[in-house]
Design a protein around this ligand. Structure first.
Ligand code: 2AM
Ligand code: CA
Length: 265
């Protein structure tokens, strides 16, 4: 049996240590490479941070599986057993260009069920964390269950890409939502955008194609607060695949599905 309290203590310690190293890297020159396209970036710090976590996990928990964005973990066939899903830096473009608006994201699942979630905003020293059934926190502040909100009063996170010509969604579907809400924001880090839904800074977040490591932690934290994380049709996510994401306060989720997203085929 896994001692989740011990896992929680270990992760918090490792995340803070990794955060300190990342902050120190601001003083050094980054090695930057591209992956799938010229805007899909990775640095030596992304790679070193993932290797740091994997080294720690392998030593303490040799029977656990690891899925990491930079590929130093395992090739997962299923979510059976305990699985760590890690993004060493979510928002790498922001890390490189802005030195802010990026985060470490770690979710731990047992037999496919989210147990622990951590999103660490290194620059602001804000650690969002949750354990299933035991509450969600920002640092030591307990977060409140998410209340509902009307569309007119909502601030949603949405990238402008999705209301212009693109090859993932008809821009006519989300443009009316953008007009109807109080405001839109785009931070460029899925993990932080989900942490902001959890903390109430945002009311919902919609995006078209995220990987499991972008959302594994955020899903645990938001769901612990009564929020909902699905694909754009309101269906459950498969954490072994890339997927569109719709994370929201509870009542708002149904309102947006019914009024705007039902047009998706
Ligand atoms: P990353 O920085 O870890 O790559 C940017 O809008 C958000 O989308 C970030 O969370 C970013 O994560 C993620 N992202 C960028 N390119 C992606 C890709 N090709 N597949 C999945 N997620 C991606
Ligand atoms: Ca990343």
């Amino acid at each position: 049996m896994t001692n989740w309290k011990e896992v929680d203590d270990n992760i918090k310690h490792w995340i803070k240590e990794a955060g300190t190293k990342i902050r120190q890297s601001f003083e050094t020159e980054l090695t930057i490479q591209t992956k799938s396209n010229r805007n899909d970036l990775v640095t030596n710090i992304d790679k070193e941070t993932e290797q740091y976590f994997i080294g720690k996990i392998r030593r303490e928990y040799p029977n656990h599986q690891i899925l990491g964005e930079e590929g130093y973990g395992d090739q997962l066939q299923s979510l059976d057993g305990t699985t760590w899903i890690i993004d060493p830096i979510d928002g790498t473009m922001n890390f490189i260009h802005q030195q802010r608006n990026f985060a470490i994201s770690i979710g731990i699942y047992h037999d496919g069920v989210g147990i622990l979630g951590y999103i660490y905003d290194i620059v602001h020293d804000e650690l969002y964390h949750a354990k299933k059934g035991e509450g969600a926190f920002m640092n030591e502040i307990k977060l409140s269950p998410l209340p509902s909100v009307t569309i007119q009063d909502a601030i949603i996170a949405l990238n402008a890409t999705w209301v212009t010509e693109n090859n993932r969604i008809d821009p006519k579907i989300l443009a009316p939502l953008v007009k109807d809400v109080r405001g839109t924001r785009s931070y460029g880090s899925a993990a932080l955008e989900m942490a902001y839904v959890a903390s109430g800074r945002l009311d919902a977040y919609i995006t078209m194609r995220l990987a499991p490591w972008d959302i594994a932690a955020g899903k645990v934290i938001i769901e612990e607060l009564g929020g909902t994380v699905t694909n754009l049709k309101g269906e459950p996510l498969n954490l072994l695949e890339k997927s569109p994401i719709f994370a929201s306060k509870p009542g708002l989720h149904e309102l947006i599905l019914k009024k705007y997203l039902h047009k998706l085929v």
